[in-house]
Design a protein around this ligand. Sequence first.
Ligand SMILES: Cc1ncc(COP(=O)(O)O)c(C=O)c1O
Length: 379
Amino acid sequence: MKVSMLDLVAQYAKIKEEIDRAIAEVIESGQFILGPQVKALEQEMASYCQCPYAVGVASGTDALHLALRACGVGKGDGVITSPFTFIATAEAISYIGAIPIFLDIDKDTFNLDPNQVEDFLKGRLKSPGWTSRRRPKAILPVHLYGRSADMRALMEIASQYDLKVIEDCAQAIGAEHGGQKVGSFGQAGCFSFFPTKNLGGYGDGGMVTTQDAQLAEKLKILRQHGSRTRYYHEELGFNSRLDEIQAAILRVKLRHLDAWTEGRRRIADLYRRELQDGGVVVPLDDPQGRHVYNQFTLRVPRRDALQIFLKEREIATMIYYPVSLHQQKVYRDLGYGDGNLPRSELAAREVISVPVHPELAPEQVAFVADTIRSFLGKR
Ligand SMILES: Cc1ncc(COP(=O)(O)O)c(C=O)c1O
């Protein structure tokens, strides 16, 4: 039985008529960039994320980059973030000349640990990457794998130290913390519509959600060459627009998102039941919120051997992420060394994500779990 990480072809087969109609309508309209579909998706995303405003952009990376810029983060500013994430989180900080301050993660949730943030801001913890005496400007938490970071604690710290909060929601659309949707806590929530995300387009795309009308306006200017009125340019901007075909596809998919998320949550429960008798650490459901399982990520000491074992039995897996960002070559200049952020480093050695997409059949989930158990000698 072959099990793939994703099955977007099977997903398409289920919604083919709706998708084909939506794409055809855009083509027949002759309007391809920033038109009525983008505007409608922005309204629907804003409402879905419990925010008054949402601004479509070209990718999740651009959402982060433009949100930081629009929040006034700039050259030399410190931005506290997780080192255990996709590179785009830190790249966005670096694009604007700011400096990522990597602090360690919580070992159970894989998300930025608020205690580390507090210790750092109180001066009880040093970070090799930030020697300045200035207070950092922002926190950029990542809701990794679809589980919200501890936003209550992080928002409290941010308010105490007057820091902006830009949320990386790329993997977590629809996730909640204390009944509140991610992307509605900080100044800005940044989403990716990369095809592997829970709400994925048929190409690149992204969105920023915000409570702040001025910030939304600023983002609209930045995404369109620094221009409010065509051919009048107030500031240096970018070409970062969401296209109509992607927006039309995403509007169709958004209508199915909650059902798909419930499918992911059911599969996660099934895995948890099947794998509860030890040997691997399974991710806990979030007792304070709604985990949306963009990934179902196990921890296992003999991770590489398990990956080979599963591959030989045609079960796909992925390692998100094999190297913590503070140990990446691109960030060598920041001066972090091995052992600086031990929980992130250990996670990079132990994590393995197994298929959790909603098109999986229960027999496939049972097969994956059974194969893992047989690797562990626990069948
Ligand atoms: C945590 C995280 N942040 C940012 C991004 C960047 O999004 P995009 O690929 O749409 O630029 C991704 C996904 O690719 C991601 O997983």
